[in-house]
Ligand binder design. Structure first.
Ligand code: ATP
Ligand code: MG
Length: 681
């Protein structure tokens, strides 16, 4: 026992302190945005270690790996800042500069997916599975579903009803698993138009499952549900984890789905395992991924002995902004009601609402405000939060024109870009030659090789014990002149010493193909630098692939302004304005926040208007967006959307339903928008 070194009582309020220092039993911390939930987890982490808990016994599950690293980094800094502890660190110092038994790197942390992926590989022997599986992301899964559909020659139409698209199918399969609803019921309730296809879709789900098993492929849902299955049926495995992870913490618990909740419950079943989950039911915004905000509301039913701690003070936003956020949260009907009082002393400025005639004027308005506030801020203090990524198009254009540097988060993610997927497909087959989806992707890059040839050739390769010979020897070899060079490259790459060398070989081969296939190959090849840097950071293919699949660089490298020197790619958020989807902004905060497209039909989206729960989730999304703001919040709404060629005549109900005294509605014409109609609704 090291005794109290960090002065917890002066850093935390009473309830935060209680949460940080309650180290045994089950605890639920439920609280509104900005009340210090994540901060409390940070202090709890350092408290645990001060009190003799081994970092190896701690499991920290967060929404992104970056979030977990931040918690660990801050906890480490806390510990290191206390004189007597720092001294101990010195005494315990080993060669790699990490103190023995206190290395925060030894904490198991990350997302549910990365944790489960690690377990499946680490315990493959015990679980009787092949550790060399590759991960199908959502796009890969869609391709696989499509491929099976074609191979099995299932109908594309029944009584004139077209078969659903692969995106819809993937969605149905995933939702059915994450919400534990039968495919039939799900379709009858939510997709009545395609009900005639139910028998084929049910069969396709079985085929898809078989296909993945036969080829050592796991999709995102499999990774978690497989671990849950093994935890249920394999006592040794379960007890092993229960003995290993004695202190479990989960941030953003409101966004867990049924399999994730089960996973936690299975490991935490013994009373000796300590569990703390923190969350805000008002911020559950992942229902489309099967997240169930009731997990947080029903926590007490699963653990009747659990302690409930509420945090009621907000330290993020000024009172003027918090007033508005409180009014928004009061509109959310399902769940706990929470009124936060402010811990920030400067009253601040009320949020501003501004209606504009179209999207480009909206973008100009946002850029003007940034320029105006810039003397008191860095670019990184600003964020523009959009419901979907395409709603940032005009803002991006405007920023480019005005030389405002920015970074785009969310939207088309790095690894979802076509050329990145292509390159990764080569890496995947080197790691798991049974990855038929990757084979298919590669082979169909070549002129002369269609879907059927690709399938047959892949079958020949798999049947030939996964040697690459069939690329040269089968009758398909004549289909493309690229197959021989492909053979040579793969043979060479499979002998290569490092991930970096493999990537180099692949890129040498792939660049000419890219030039033929894509007009904007120059721009696309910029991304390869990011890939090469990542390759340098990893010493094995599986770590490299795992990192990309489960924790990809989330920006699509669309930036403007001064190119940054030094590190390329990955973390470019220094001194740039952030343009992000609201979903990707979860847990974060900025001094100045803009939320755009606030008209009825966009926010909330017209598709959600007829469904109470969906509308409620849209409302929560808006609440998440606004509660990111520390001191200034700007809300904007254009009348005309050129991307829709449509006028929206009503301001978002989310704006209209909040009492008018909480917000400043700008009616003054700005010189910029001379032709504007009077604003207000
Ligand atoms: P969200 O629901 O958005 O995830 P949260 O509840 O996790 O929010 P944090 O991000 O932990 O909140 O904290 C919000 C801000 O308030 C941070 O800047 C944090 O440093 C600050 N903060 C939290 N608690 C305190 C405190 N007791 N004293 C001073 N500042 C605090
Ligand atoms: Mg948080």
């Amino acid at each position: 026992h090291l005794g109290l070194q960090v002065d917890y009582a002066s850093e935390l309020n009473a309830n935060q302190l209680l949460a940080a220092t309650t180290i045994e039993g089950k605890v639920l911390v439920i609280a509104g945005a900005g009340s210090g939930k994540t901060k409390t987890l940070t202090y709890r982490t350092s408290y645990l270690i001060e009190n003799g808990v081994s970092p190896k016994e701690i499991l920290l599950l967060t929404f992104t790996r970056k979030a977990a690293n931040e918690i660990k980094g801050r906890a480490r800094a806390l510990l290191a800042s206390t004189p007597s502890f720092a001294q101990r660190l010195n005494e315990d110092l080993v060669e790699d500069k990490l103190p023995k038994n206190k290395a925060l790197n030894d904490i198991t942390s990350g997302t549910f997916h990365s944790f489960c992926n690690m377990l499946l590989r680490q315990y493959s022997g015990l679980l009787g599975i092949n550790p060399r599986f590759t991960i199908l992301d959502t796009g890969d899964s869609e391709d696989a579903i499509d491929l099976i559909h074609k191979e099995k020659k299932y109908p594309t139409k029944i009584t004139n009803q077209a078969f659903p698209r692969k995106k819809t199918l993937q969605n149905i399969f995933s939702t059915s698993r994450n919400r534990r609803i039968h495919i039939r019921d799900l379709i009858e309730n939510s997709y009545p138009d395609i009900a005639v296809h139910i028998p084929v879709i049910e069969q396709l789900a079985i085929d898809f499952h078989e296909y993945k098993r036969a080829n050592h492929l796991y999709d995102f849902d499999d990774i978690i549900s497989q671990v849950v299955r093994h935890l249920k049926h394999n006592d040794t495995f379960r007890q092993l984890l229960q003995n290993q992870y004695r202190y479990i913490m989960v941030d953003e618990y409101q966004d867990t789905n049924i399999p994730q909740k089960e996973l936690i419950d299975l490991i935490c079943a013994p009373t000796s395992v300590s569990l703390m989950v923190v969350g805000d039911d008002n911020q559950s915004i992942y229902a489309f991924r099967g997240a169930n905000y009731e997990n947080i509301l029903l926590f007490g039913e699963g653990y009747p002995e659990a302690k409930l701690i509420k945090l009621e003070q907000n330290y993020r936003s000024t009172p003027a902004v918090l007033d508005y956020i409180n009014a928004l949260s009061a509109q959310i009907t399902l769940g706990y009601q929470k009124q936060l009082y402010s811990g920030v002393s400067i009253e601040g400025v009320k949020p501003i609402f501004r209606r504009l005639s179209d999207e480009s004027r909206e973008a100009k308005y946002i850029a003007d405000r940034i320029i105006e506030l810039k003397p008191d801020h860095d670019y990184q203090d600003f964020a523009v939060l959009c419901r979907t990524s395409f709603q940032s198009n005009y803002v991006q254009l405007e920023f480019m024109e005005r030389n405002i540097p920015f970074i785009v988060v969310g939207g088309i993610r790095f690894i979802e870009r076509r050329h990145i997927k292509d390159v990764l497909a080569f890496v995947k087959i080197l790691y798991n030659p049974n990855d038929t989806i990757a084979w298919h992707r590669i082979l169909t890059l070549f002129k002369g090789v269609g879907s059927v040839t690709a399938t047959r050739l892949t079958q020949a390769i798999n049947a030939d014990d996964n040697s690459f010979e069939p690329l040269l020897t089968t009758k398909f070899a004549k289909k493309s002149t690229q197959l021989e060079p492909l053979y040579k490259m793969l043979s060479q790459a499979s002998q290569a010493e490092s991930v970096e060398a493999i990537i180099e070989l692949i890129l040498d081969f792939y660049m000419p193909v890219l030039k033929i296939n894509e007009d904007n190959w120059r721009e696309r090849s910029e991304d390869f630098r990011v890939l090469k840097n990542l390759a340098l950071e990893h010493d094995s293919l599986d770590k490299f692939l795992e990192n990309l699949a489960l924790d990809p660089p989330n920006d699509s490298v669309a930036t403007a302004g001064e190119p940054e020197k030094g590190e390329e790619g990955i973390d470019k958020n220094r001194n740039k304005v952030t343009i992000s989807t609201i979903h990707s902004a979860k847990g974060l905060e900025w001094p100045v926040v803009f939320v755009n497209s606030l008209v009825d039909g966009m926010t909330p989206h017209y598709r959600s208007l007829s469904d109470f729960e969906e509308l409620e989730e849209e409302r929560k999304l808006f609440y998440v967006a606004c509660s990111r703001a520390k001191s200034r919040l700007f809300l904007t709404a254009p009348d005309y959307f050129s991307s829709y060629s449509g006028y929206f005549d009503k301001v978002s109900r989310f704006i209209a339903e909040v009492p008018a005294d909480k917000i400043t509605v700008l009616t003054v014409k700005q010189p910029l928008e001379e032709s504007d109609d009077p604003v207000w609704w």
